[in-house]
Design a protein around this ligand. Structure first.
Ligand SMILES: Nc1nc2c(ncn2[C@@H]2O[C@H](COP(=O)(O)OP(=O)(O)OP(=O)(O)O)[C@@H](O)[C@H]2O)c(=O)[nH]1
Ligand SMILES: [Mg+2]
Length: 202
């Protein structure tokens, strides 16, 4: 359940802006934004919904690979959250994988307002090769990088602490890490603090 103080939060003022299928459709490259990346089905859209306190702002799905657009959400015109299409879903046709690469490539290369990256990793299967590639992309851009170990409600307390410790050790100096559960609203405040720092709200 959400704490009662939450509705006053800055993040609950978010609105859907647009979904971009190609770079020409990106909104004006001004201000600051933070993107949510991660494998298909890792919980990106659910995390955006939890952080903004909306039930269905970003579309979630049991079918991996559902979000094929880069979706932009704004709190203020100059401050945005970005839901990136998921990666690592083998059943996506090659032409679509190629399109994903081109779209993500142009986003990461061009986007000056991109100030931070949140990478969602299922806490039961963290640090896959594609996640490491995404961290490499962030490092090349010198982006702040924060990992949400998602679906933490599926782990026991001690399993959660163990995976947190292991991933923290593995990415020390490169990314910060926390446990997160969209269904239990766990870790929302901590993730907002990362966003605050990137969006210059503090
Ligand atoms: N138990 C549990 N399930 C979750 C959690 N977060 C997401 N899920 C479920 O995982 C599935 C995928 O969630 P999405 O948020 O759509 O994942 P996504 O990363 O946006 O997926 P794509 O857009 O397809 O790449 C859905 O069935 C969600 O309900 C969580 O914290 N706990
Ligand atoms: Mg999604």
């Amino acid at each position: 359940m959400r704490p009662v103080s939450d509705p006053m939060s800055y993040y609950t003022r978010v609105d859907y802006m647009l979904g971009a299928w190609q770079a020409a459709q990106f909104p004006a490259d001004q201000g600051a934004e933070v993107a949510f990346a991660g494998r298909s089905n890792s919980g990106k859209s659910s995390a955006i919904n939890a952080i903004t306190g909306r039930i269905a702002l970003a579309r979630t799905s049991k079918t991996p690979g559902r979000t094929q657009l880069i979706n932009f959400f704004s709190m203020e015109p100059q401050q945005r959250l970005v839901d990136l299409p998921g990666y690592g879903f083998a059943k996506v046709p090659p032409a679509m994988q190629q399109h994903w690469h081109e779209l993500m490539g142009s986003y990461f290369e061009q986007r000056q307002s991109l100030k931070g990256l949140i990478i969602l990793m299922d806490s039961r299967h963290p640090l896959k090769d594609t996640d490491l590639q995404m961290m490499e992309w962030a490092a090349q851009r010198q982006l702040r990088c924060h990992i949400l170990l998602s679906k933490a409600d599926k782990l026991t307390q001690s399993e959660g602490m163990k995976v947190l410790r292991e991933v923290r050790e593995a990415v020390a100096g490169v990314a910060t890490v926390q446990l997160f559960s969209a269904t239990k609203n766990r870790g929302v405040d901590e993730s907002r603090r990362f966003l605050d720092a990137c969006l210059k709200l503090v």
